[in-house]
Design a protein around this ligand. Structure first.
Ligand code: IPE
Ligand code: IPE
Ligand code: MG
Ligand code: MG
Ligand code: MG
Length: 289
């Protein structure tokens, strides 16, 4: 991994962790459950993408802290609910018992609900007035019933069923891609961009969002539980249609490499310093957990 990227990741993670720690309440048991789901070793890929987009566009990091915090909170909520017995029924996340195992199922449901509300509260509280309504709309759409939730609903419906590659792609774009797109689109909303450069950055986000879930599907097959920090083979166990089940491992790897190439080409169409965005694309396809 490039040293530049290591330095960037360290600084971005420290920055979002400090903002999360300052923002999240810590009084009641539910607050402890919420914090348990946030401070348990997530890679913070989405906040890193937010800060890298801001850096590339010359936007100060403090202008996008609200976005980084809000998106990470939505992501944390999505994982708590994704792991519930009624959904993927997984008992390990980031190397620790999932929230419903460590606490109880009712608390995990409520912690997810709280994380979602807290995300929008963070977006309002930590930002300046001028961008708030745009951002709230963007995040609500990305996370909601025409975004991540629709993807999750399709995922649950698809258990045990074969899907066409087209249907799989659209499910993955929704359940994982939409929130990753928001990491690019929300900082972008702060400035006026030439439409060609705007579109190129959006193409990068779209390619990366899908690539992220393709690699997640691959890791479910090839990585072991201790490296992953979540149960390896969970998709096969639940008979989920995934890139590996539909295209095979080699087919999934080819798809991943095509998407990586698409993300790279998109960045080359912009005049910005996109070194770190490129490094993040490399990291996302090469990651081992
Ligand atoms: C896992 O996301 C769930 C998916 C959307 C594929 P991450 O791999 O970003 O999870 P953490 O936050 O690093 O644990
Ligand atoms: C998770 O997809 C997508 C969301 C939580 C929105 P997965 O179910 O594949 O994620 P993991 O593998 O449990 O992290
Ligand atoms: Mg799932
Ligand atoms: Mg899951
Ligand atoms: Mg998975």
């Amino acid at each position: 991994m490039a040293t530049d990227l290591n330095a960037f990741l360290g600084a971005a993670r420290e920055r979002v962790d400090a903002a999360l720690d300052e923002f999240l309440p810590n009084e009641f048991r539910i607050d402890r459950a919420v914090r348990y789901c946030v401070f348990n070793g997530g890679k913070r890929v989405r906040p890193c993408l937010v800060y890298a987009t801001a850096d590339a566009l010359g936007i100060a990091r403090n202008e996008v802290d609200a976005i980084a915090v809000a998106i990470e909170l939505i992501h944390a909520y999505s994982l708590v609910h994704d792991d519930l017995p009624a959904m993927d029924d997984d008992d390990l996340r980031r190397g620790q018992p999932t929230c419903h195992i460590e606490f109880d199922e009712a608390t995990a449901i409520l912690a997810g609900d709280a994380l979602q509300s807290l995300a929008f509260e963070a977006l309002i509280t930590l930002s300046k007035a001028n961008q708030r309504s745009t951002w709230v709309g963007q995040l609500a759409r990305a996370a909601g019933s025409r975004g991540m939730i629709l993807g999750q609903a399709l995922d649950i419906d698809a258990e045990g069923k074969p899907l066409t590659e087209e249907a799989l792609e659209s499910m993955h774009r929704l359940k994982t891609g939409e929130l990753i797109d928001a990491c690019i689109e929300m900082p972008k909303a702060l400035i006026d961009l030439d439409s060609q450069h705007d579109d190129a950055l959006s193409s990068y986000g779209r390619a990366l969002g899908l690539a992220f879930q393709v690699q997640d599907d691959i890791l479910d097959v090839v990585a072991d539980t201790s490296t992953l920090g979540k149960p390896s083979g969970s998709d096969q166990y639940k008979h989920k249609p995934t890139y590996t089940s539909i295209l095979g491992l080699e087919g999934a790897r080819t798809k991943l490499s095509d998407l990586h190439q698409q993300a790279t080409s998109a960045l080359q169409e912009t005049p910005f310093d996109t070194t770190i965005l490129q490094e993040l694309a490399n990291y996302i396809v090469e990651r081992t957990h």
